[in-house]
Design a protein around this ligand. Structure first.
Ligand SMILES: Nc1nc2c(ncn2[C@@H]2O[C@H](COP(=O)(O)OP(=O)(O)OP(=O)(O)O)[C@@H](O)[C@H]2O)c(=O)[nH]1
Ligand SMILES: [Mg+2]
Length: 176
């Protein structure tokens, strides 16, 4: 079975840990610690999340990054050998999008592998639809997919779509 490594990244609180826990078929290795700064939630990822799922004939090893910039030294290590990455943004909090855009631009400039943007929290009132977020980021509409990271089916569909896009575009989901 083919095995690929996908990194799940994005700013604080967008649902990276939630995404991996929803879909992983193995117990997730988590590094949640109590937040020492106010980030609007009690705990945060300080090193990584790790999970794995088989989808069709592909085994996906999922590595979640910390969202806080003070732990960004982990990003480089986690991205090593990645087939691609999922960049999550919080659709329910438009005020978080400028920072998300800067972080995505950093990833795009640094890592030349396929990525897809996941617009999480589509279940919340007032969530921006994926096409708004695509326009804001200057990406084509197909490059931003809405999802609910707490929902296994939604995460599964999202990953299947990412695999299809990678296949269709010969590993170049994006970009340029
Ligand atoms: N309603 C809703 N809540 C979500 C969704 N995704 C994540 N959440 C919630 O958002 C909060 C933050 O999720 P985490 O998974 O901890 O976020 P994270 O991106 O790992 O955050 P850091 O590790 O601190 O960077 C949790 O309370 C989740 O339950 C979603 O799609 N819908
Ligand atoms: Mg986390």
């Amino acid at each position: 079975m083919a095995e690929i490594k996908i990194v799940v990244t994005g700013p604080v609180g967008v649902g990276k840990t939630t995404f991996i826990k929803a879909i992983s078929q193995i117990p997730v290795v988590e590094t949640e610690e109590r937040s020492t700064v106010d980030i609007g939630k009690p705990t945060t990822t300080v090193a990584l999340d790790f999970g794995a799922v088989n989808l069709g004939d592909v085994r996906i090893r999922l590595f979640g990054t910390p969202g806080q910039e003070r732990f960004s030294f982990m990003w480089e290590d986690l991205m090593r050998g990645a087939t691609g990455y999922v960049f999550l943004v919080d659709s329910s909090d438009p005020s978080s999008l400028p920072k998300a855009k800067r972080m995505l631009q950093f990833y795009m400039s640094r890592y030349d592998v396929p990525f897809i943007v996941g617009a999480t929290k589509q279940d919340l009132d007032g969530a921006w639809p994926p096409d708004f977020i695509a326009a804001y980021f200057g990406l084509p509409e197909w490059a931003v997919i809405g999802l609910v990271a707490t929902d296994e089916g939604s995460v599964r569909e999202f990953l299947i779509r990412f695999l299809e896009l990678m296949k269709q575009k010969g590993g170049k989901v994006w970009i340029g």
